[in-house]
Unconditional design. Structure first.
Ligand code: ZN
Lengths: 492, 502
């Protein structure tokens, strides 16, 4: 190896903050809702008025436990609440109720599907619950407003080990986590609504000339889109490398330690942030207002039983049992309800492949347009099963089935009624089809000749004539019947 | 004829219930008394005369209409001003909260009002309940009705002085390290710090959350039983309140306890104790023995009080208490920053940090600042283990001592304070000496136990001397019965300061 031969290994850990979709906030009974006018979901408890006390929301703890269990974490039998102190206008009590040394869940992992079809295990160090802060609103020149609707919303902070070594892995992990929490039904994980926020820790291990150099670990706070996460990690890798090259001995973890950086979305770069000394000391101590949480085996077991099949297991099952491709199976396991739709239709006796085609064809197109999941398009498992069966039985053709699917999504009803009302049922009446076949034969002597001569172009010419008949029928002729009559009349 | 002001809460509600007296008459008698004695005592931050009279009139109307009356119907009470009420202000005797109006009422106060009590007003305290003399009030000191040159104790000094001065029949206070029991002792009345979790803390402005309890200050033990019954019980708005049935303390209070074992902790009867107080407590022990109780020596080694070469007192319990309470206080009081809550500076400021610090510097008094600073320090990285964590370990040892002691006895008899009421200004220059006023009461808070102070005797210079009965958790019933035994065995009861007689 030459002196200049250099390998760069990015080392990335990720903290993911997930807002849980509980009905009410973490320690009071205010509604947990995004997007309403400022300070419409507040009460003395979540705005920290003197003399009021927090009361734990059991649903939030259960949601957090489900995530912990799905991440193969050890869910502690004893966990407690701690106060994390810092002064900030959006933090009503000037302390945040969080979990410090005894998190609800610890030591797990997430099996992350990578773009190449393989998976990678990313270890999860801990996942703890805390209350979210409010939001400062800087829309006036004269003063800053504070919206406390978000204050007290349950927030799950999931901290990974520094197990990711490429931008793609970081993204895949973040997306897999989004899929998991949606799958478990514990968060909408909607990026626009701030349900998920990222804080990556990034540094480089650079090997040159038999020596390994480690750049300082940079933490970038509050990234609220996958794009920002991707750009941040990519930028940091390049920036840290450049800084190290300029100063290989000085720009090191031993000399600099840890740096905090902020992400500038417009420029797509990160910028150094000077931390105030006191910001490092959160003066954690156990919150005396809340009893510790004791998790019994029974409670834990009951929740574990509710979790069921996780995305990757389901994807493997679809490939094996339903003979779907990796791409199809992956697309149908982005969220639990879409797969449930497929599974129920198959249980109803429908063909899995046909159901999958319907869901991934029109279903995915509609879902994509409207920005929600396939399951939310509005077609039920019963409708899906009936439509797939009509397709299998030749009662409708693929084109008609697509039209019916769209209609079902728009107005509902039964696939058969829709097909009848819209005239989409396949015509299998031999007399009618026979007339179209005759018409096609008469109009295309060259193709007829090709079929009859049995030459190289026979197959292609037959296909062409099939197409002509279908066109004459307006797509309504049952293809099997067309084929039969065409073969009969051409004597092929 | 006995004056209305001579009646206990039980006697007053009985008189109102049978029509001998109207609730309005009772309320008026007390409002008049307040008017007469308040300039000297200064027990109240705010008197709610109109509301009290309106509520009393409502009780009289209910009675006339034949409606059932609550167990405290028409009883005029006072409430310590760190308990929130939707009526009036809740100031905690701090400039910081001088204008704070709560949109909710503390559960304990609401329960008293539901039982028919008539709240006359809010009483003075050491700012945010931090102090042992009520001299730390951000507004003005309250004076001891027995001797106006002396303090009423603290932090519930306003409530204790108001009860002793006959400005109300009874009052609510809060006790974090002795803040009910010590002023009750200084003012010659009865005060209970219930078991931690017995009474909901909802609506009590927090000082040391793991230590704070609300309790009654009354003329006699029977009234304390009545009020405790009314305020105790689980509250879903306070997760630390315990779901456990509340006994009818009043029904059993007159039943003496057969074979009562009274424990005397050797550590509490050292030379740190005022000789006269020591003698009074030993006399009380003798009275118990005469009444058939058995005296047992017990030991509370971690509550021991030492005296160093310079004569200065010290105690693990005091050190432990101040670390725990100040740590919690530093966090509980963080929200008073002029942005979220509390006084906001009128000065021009550069940034939010200056706004926070200036507002806090102006709004808090020196003792509160001292405790916030010490508490912040003990929780800081690098000091946490040496202070806060160690204090938690000592707290556990103190609890273990009590557990062991209660294997040998049913109640512990102890002093309530090392001296009788001291003079205003006597200890203000030395906070550490002031902290020692709680030396006999704080270990009870650290252990979460109930403690009841009752008058033991009147001392040579005419000042009341209190004694304290301590029991295992949820033994309030035993404490009331044991204290009542002492009242019946010739103990002092319903002392009236001569200067306050109507
Ligand atoms: Zn709320």
């Amino acid at each position: 190896m030459s002196e200049t031969n250099e390998t760069i290994k990015p080392v990335v850990g990720l903290e993911i903050h997930v807002e849980l979709a509980t009905a009410t906030k973490m320690f009071c009974r205010c509604r947990n809702r995004f997007g309403d006018p400022p300070n419409t979901h507040v009460c003395p408890v979540c705005i920290g008025m003197p003399g009021v006390l927090p009361v734990m929301n059991r649903q939030a703890v259960e949601y957090a436990m489900k995530v912990g269990l799905a991440l193969h974490c050890t869910v502690a039998g004893f966990t407690k609440w701690d106060r994390k102190s810092y002064y900030y206008p959006d933090l009503p009590k000037n302390y945040q109720i969080s979990q410090y040394d005894l998190p609800l869940s610890a030591d797990g992992f997430l099996e992350v599907p990578l773009p190449d079809g393989t998976t990678r295990k990313i270890r999860v160090r801990r996942a703890h619950l805390e209350e979210d802060a409010g939001k400062n609103i800087h829309d006036k020149a004269s003063h800053t407003g504070v919206d406390l609707n978000r204050a007290g919303v349950p927030l799950l902070e999931i901290v990974s080990e520094p197990d990711m070594n490429a931008v793609e892995e970081v993204l895949a992990y973040a997306r897999a986590m989004q899929r998991l929490v949606r799958w478990l039904g514990v968060s909408e994980a909607n990026m626009q609504m701030g349900h998920m926020r990222f804080e990556p820790n990034i540094n480089l291990h650079i090997t040159r000339g038999g020596r390994t150099f480690k750049t300082p670990i940079c933490e970038v706070k509050n990234l609220n889109s996958f794009r920002a996460l991707e750009r941040t990690v990519a930028y940091e890798i390049q920036r840290q490398h450049a800084e190290w090259q300029a100063n290989p001995e000085g720009y090191s973890i031993d000399k600099v330690g840890k740096e905090n950086r902020g992400y500038d979305d417009e420029a797509g770069v990160t910028v150094f942030q000077r931390e105030k000394e006191e910001a490092h000391d959160y003066r954690y101590f156990p919150d005396p207002d809340l009893a510790p949480v004791l998790v019994s085996d029974e409670w834990r077991g009951g929740l574990a039983a509710q979790i069921g099949e996780l995305p990757l297991a389901r994807r493997a099952r679809y490939m094996e049992r339903y003979a779907l491709s990796f791409k199809e199976a992956d697309a149908l396991t982005q969220d639990a309800p879409t797969g449930d739709l497929l599974d129920t239709a198959v249980t109803d006796g429908a063909d899995a492949k046909r159901c999958a085609n319907l869901l991934l064809g029109r279903g995915a197109a509609i879902a994509n347009d409207r920005g929600y999941s396939i399951a939310e398009v509005g077609v039920t498992a019963g409708q899906l099963a009936e439509l797939a069966k009509m397709l299998s039985g030749g009662e409708v053709n693929a084109t008609a089935a697509d039209k019916i699917f769209v209609k079902l999504a728009e107005t509902g009803g039964s696939p058969r009624q829709v097909a009848e009302a819209e005239g989409l049922l396949a015509v299998s009446d031999a007399g009618q089809i026979s007339a179209w076949v005759d018409q096609a034969i008469a109009a295309n002597p060259k193709a007829v000749e090709d079929v009859r001569s049995g030459g190289k172009s026979q197959k292609k010419a037959f296909g062409f004539l099939m197409g002509q008949v279908m066109r004459l029928s307006g797509g309504a002729a049952a293809p099997a019947e067309v084929q039969r009559l065409l073969q009969q009349k051409l004597g092929s | 004829m006995t004056s209305i002001l001579d009646l206990s809460a039980v006697e007053l509600r009985d008189a109102i219930a049978c029509g001998e007296l109207s609730a309005v008459e009772a309320a008026r008698a007390y409002l008049d008394a307040i008017e007469r004695t308040e300039p000297r005592v200064q027990a109240f931050n705010e008197v709610h005369a109109d509301r009290a009279l309106a509520r009393a009139a409502q009780i009289d109307a209910d009675r006339a209409a034949g409606k059932p009356l609550g167990p405290l119907a028409g009883v005029p009470l006072a409430v310590k001003d760190n308990l929130c009420m939707t009526h009036g202000r809740t100031t905690c005797s701090s400039k910081m909260l001088a204008e704070f109006r709560a949109p909710y009422t503390a559960t304990a106060v609401a329960k008293l009002e539901d039982a028919g009590a008539v709240v006359l007003g809010k009483t003075n305290l050491d700012e945010f309940a931090m102090g042992s003399s009520t001299e730390n009030s951000g507004f003005r000191p309250t004076r001891n009705p027995w001797d106006l040159s002396r303090v009423p104790g603290g932090s519930s000094g306003g409530s204790a002085a108001a009860v002793a001065a006959r400005q109300c029949v009874a009052a609510l206070g809060s006790d974090t390290g002795g803040s009910i029991r010590q002023p009750a002792a200084f003012c010659g009345i009865v005060g209970l710090k219930p078991t931690y979790g017995r009474v909901s803390r909802f609506g009590l402005v927090a000082y040391g959350s793991s230590l704070d309890q609300i309790g009654p200050l009354t003329r006699d033990v029977t009234d304390a039983a009545l009020l405790t019954r009314a305020i105790a019980g689980h509250d879903r708005r306070d997760s630390t309140s315990v779901p456990r049935d509340v006994p009818d303390y009043l029904a059993s209070v007159n039943k003496p306890i057969e074979g009562l074992r009274v424990g005397l902790p050797g550590e509490f009867f050292s030379d740190a104790l005022d000789a006269e107080i020591g003698a009074a407590i030993r006399a009380a022990a003798g009275a118990y023995e005469s009444a058939g109780a058995k005296l047992v020596d017990v030991s509370l080694p971690h509550s021991r009080i030492d005296r160093d070469a310079d004569g200065k007192l010290s105690s693990y319990a005091v050190a432990c208490y101040y670390i725990v309470a100040m740590a919690e206080a530093s966090s509980n009081l963080a929200r008073y920053d002029g942005v979220h809550y509390g006084h906001r500076t009128a000065e021009k400021v550069e940034d939010i940090v200056e706004l926070f610090s200036r507002s806090r510097a102006e709004g808090f008094g020196p003792e509160v600042k001292r405790r916030i600073m010490l508490g912040s320090y003990t929780l800081s990285a690098g000091y946490y283990d040496a202070y806060y964590n160690k204090a938690l370990k000592v707290r556990r040892l103190i609890q273990n001592d009590f557990d062991r002691a209660f294997e040998a006895c049913d109640v512990i008899l102890a002093p309530a304070s090392p001296t009788p009421a001291f003079r205003l200004g006597e200890k203000t220059s030395d906070p550490l000496t002031m902290y020692l006023a709680d030396i006999y009461t704080i270990s009870v808070n650290l252990a979460g136990l109930p403690g009841l102070t009752v008058p033991a005797a009147l001392g040579r210079d005419g000042l009341p001397i209190g004694m304290q009965l301590i029991g295992p958790v949820f033994s309030e019933e035993t404490l009331f019965r044991a204290a009542r035994m002492y009242e019946q065995a010739g103990g002092v009861r319903r002392l009236t300061p001569p200067a306050m007689a109507p």
